[in-house]
Design a protein around this ligand. Structure first.
Ligand code: C2E
Ligand code: MG
Ligand code: MG
Ligand code: MG
Length: 287
């Protein structure tokens, strides 16, 4: 416990803490209002099949363009939403909106990020089931992305939830692999359908030999355990080629496309009918 004793250093430290606390409180109030006013939007980043170049799925990513005071990225508002409990509503909003907007693109997969706080709620699976029913989105086209940290803290809940999601026909991916410390035992235990190699690791493979060896090993291991691999943060052709050669099934990153609004996505691929699948083959970058 730090006590203000007249030393200016301590005072500044305390007032900085206050300012930070106040900033978070204000942001929390803005998120609550923003949700009520419909200020949040979802954009979609294409995920490409390495072997064919076909568009196989999109990852839904929250955006807040209408925020008073200027747009803010999810890396800034998601942690505040998580700390305040607002993530439950924000996360379900993102899932519902994404299901509504992507449903017409027959055959296209949809990946949605799920926060630990959402996932640990015992009612989570029921909420997901309800959204699928209401939006008529096929469970087989949905993949939920989880991050590793809380799996270790709450293994039983994680196992139950993953099991029932998979029972519903939903795929489950381990997101941000390479940033934490998931053990091989955990990969097996939870039966993930896919792992996503984090961009901080995937982006190093062209210049860092150890990173390249690590990524190749992870891809081998995952494939051996019947898990597909997506690499994120692919920003160059060289990176895409190396990942493809290493056996990585799917690629995602600015080299192929930045995240797009549903309207922008609709402009490059007709979001309807099976024939659009053929058009999506040979999909090339449209950054
Ligand atoms: P993530 O799940 O790892 O998503 C990938 C992030 O990498 C996205 O950042 C995406 O725009 C960015 N990215 C994709 N390709 C490249 C590339 O080639 N280079 C670089 N430098 N970046 C690339 P974004 O949209 O800012 O999202 C950040 C994080 O916020 C996401 O990381 C995810 O953890 C979280 N997030 C976003 N939307 C949601 C949501 O609806 N729910 C939850 N719980 N979290 C979300
Ligand atoms: Mg993700
Ligand atoms: Mg994520
Ligand atoms: Mg990531």
């Amino acid at each position: 416990h730090v006590k203000a004793n007249g030393k200016s250093g301590v005072k500044i430290y305390e007032s900085e803490l206050d300012a930070e606390r106040q900033r978070k409180q204000e942001l929390e109030d803005q998120i609550r209002l923003g949700l009520a006013r419909g200020e949040f939007e979802v954009v979609y980043q294409p995920v490409i099949e390495a072997a064919t170049g076909a568009l196989v799925s999109v990852e839904a990513l929250l955006r807040w363009p209408g925020r008073p005071g200027g747009a803010l990225g999810p890396d800034e508002f998601i942690p505040v939403a998580e700390a305040s409990g607002l993530i439950a509503r924000l996360g379900l909003f993102a899932l519902r909106r994404a299901c509504e907007e992507i449903r017409p693109a027959e055959g296209l997969g949809l990946c949605v990020n799920i926060s630990p706080a959402q996932f640990l709620d015992p009612a989570f699976e029921a909420h997901v089931a309800e959204i699928l029913l209401e939006t008529e989105f096929p469970a087989e086209r949905l993949e939920l992305e989880l991050t590793e940290g809380y799996l270790i803290d709450h293994p039983e809940r994680a196992e139950t939830a993953i099991c029932s999601l998979k029972g519903m026909g939903i795929s489950v991916a381990l997101d941000d692999f390479g940033t934490g410390y998931t053990s091989i035992a955990y990969l097996r235990r939870y039966g993930f359908n896919r792992i996503k190699i984090d961009k901080s690791l995937a982006s190093r493979i062209t210049f860092d030999k150890q990173a390249a060896i690590l990524v190749a090993g992870v891809i081998n291991l995952a494939n051996g355990l019947d898990m597909a691999v997506t690499a994120e943060g692919v920003e160059s052709e060289q990176q895409a080629t190396l990942l493809k050669l290493a056996g990585c099934q799917c690629l995602q990153g600015f080299w192929f496309s930045t995240p797009k609004t549903a309207a922008e996505l609709r402009a490059v691929l007709p979001l309807e009918g099976a024939e659009s699948l053929a058009l999506r083959r040979g999909f090339s970058s449209f950054t």
